[in-house]
Design a protein around this ligand. Structure first.
Ligand code: NDP
Length: 241
C-alpha cells in the first residue's frame, strides 16, 4: 500500500530523529521540522522535506505542512514531538523559562493539531500523536513547570480525542519515561542536571533508547485505523519510579 505523509516535529535530535529514521526505513514520505535544519538534512533521508520551523510560529508551521502536502499528498500522521525541558525549583526559577516551556510544549502542539485536523476531519482519516511524558501523569522533583506543560498536553489530547473520534481521526498521547537524549541540556541549573543524572541511574532508567520509543510509536500508528491505543506509558523496564 502507498505510504502517506508523516510530519514529525523536533526531528533534529532524540526521539524525533529516531522517528524520522524508523519511518523512512519503512518507506514513508516525511516532513521534518525543527530549528536546526542542518541536523535534519544530515540524515539524508529519501522522499523527505526538511524545514526550519519553530513550532510556536503558526504561519511558518502551516506553510511547511502545505508545501510538503503539495509534493507528497495530505498528511496522514502528525507526531507533535518537539519539546523542551527546563527543570527548576518553582520558588526561584525564572518565569521566562515557564513561558518558553508552555509556549513550545503546549501551544506548539496545539498549533500542529489545528493545522492538520480540519483536513483529517473532512477526509475522515488521520492520526495525531502527541508526545507528553511520564511527567504528564505523575509528579517528579524540580519538574513543576515541565509537569504543568506535559499534564497540559495529556489533557488537551484526551479532549481532542473526544472531538475527533466521531470523524474516525485517531488522537494519541505517548508518555515516555526517562530516555537519554539532548533534552536535559537546556536546563540552566547544573545542580539539577547532576541530580537528574544520579536519579536516572538510581531508578534504573539507563538502557531504553530513542529508537525503542520510535519503534513503539510506529507500531501504534500502523495498527488499523479502527484500532486506537489512546494513551501509553513507555519506560525502561528497570525504571522503578
Ligand atoms: P531532544 O532535546 O533531543 O529533542 C527535542 C527536539 O525538539 C529537538 O529536535 C529540537 O530541535 C525540537 N524543538 C525544541 N524547541 C523547538 C521549537 N520551538 N520549534 C521546533 N522544534 C523545537 O529531546 P527528546 O528527543 O528527548 O524530546 C522529544 C520529546 O519527548 C519532547 O517533547 C520531550 O519533552 C519528550 N520526552 C522526552 C523524554 C526523555 O527522557 N528524553 C521523556 C518523556 C518525554 P531544535 O532545537 O533544532 O529546534
Amino acid at each position: 500500500m502507498e505510504k502517506k505523509l508523516v510530519v514529525i516535529t523536533g526531528a533534529s535530535s532524540g526521539f524525533g530523529e529516531a522517528l524520522a529514521i524508523e519511518f523512512s526505513k519503512s518507506g514513508y514520505p516525511l516532513l521534518l521540522l525543527a530549528r536546526r535544519l542542518d541536523q535534519m538534512q544530515a540524515l539524508n533521508l529519501p522522499n523527505t522535506l526538511c524545514k526550519k520551523v519553530d513550532v510556536t510560529d503558526y504561519e511558518g508551521f502551516e506553510k511547511a505542512v502545505h508545501e510538503a502536502e503539495a509534493i507528497y499528498g495530505k498528511a496522514d500522521l502528525l507526531i507533535n514531538n518537539a519539546g523542551i525541558m527546563l527543570l527548576g525549583d518553582l520558588a526561584v526559577q525564572n518565569p521566562e523559562e515557564w513561558k518558553k516551556m508552555l509556549d513550545v510544549n503546549i501551544l506548539g502542539v496545539m498549533n500542529g493539531m489545528q493545522i492538520v485536523m480540519r483536513d483529517m476531519k473532512s477526509r475522515q482519516c488521520g492520526t495525531i500523536i502527541n508526545v507528553s511524558s511520564m511527567a504528564g501523569v505523575m509528579p517528579f522533583g524540580n519538574h513543576a513547570a515541565y509537569c504543568a506543560s506535559k499534564y497540559g498536553v495529556r489533557g488537551l489530547t484526551q479532549t481532542a480525542r473526544m472531538e475527533l473520534s466521531p470523524y474516525n481521526v485517531r488522537v494519541i498521547v505517548a508518555e515516555p519515561g526517562a530516555v537519554s537524549t539532548e533534552l536535559l541540556g537546556h536546563t540552566t541549573s547544573q545542580t539539577i542536571k547532576d541530580d537528574y543524572h544520579k536519579w536516572k541511574e538510581a531508578v534504573g532508567a539507563v538502557d531504553i533508547t530513542a529508537e525503542d520509543v520510535a519503534k513503539t510509536i510506529k507500531f501504534v500508528y500502523e495498527l488499523p485505523q479502527s484500532v486506537l491505543i489512546r494513551e501509553f506509558v513507555i519506560s525502561d523496564t528497570k525504571q522503578d519510579a
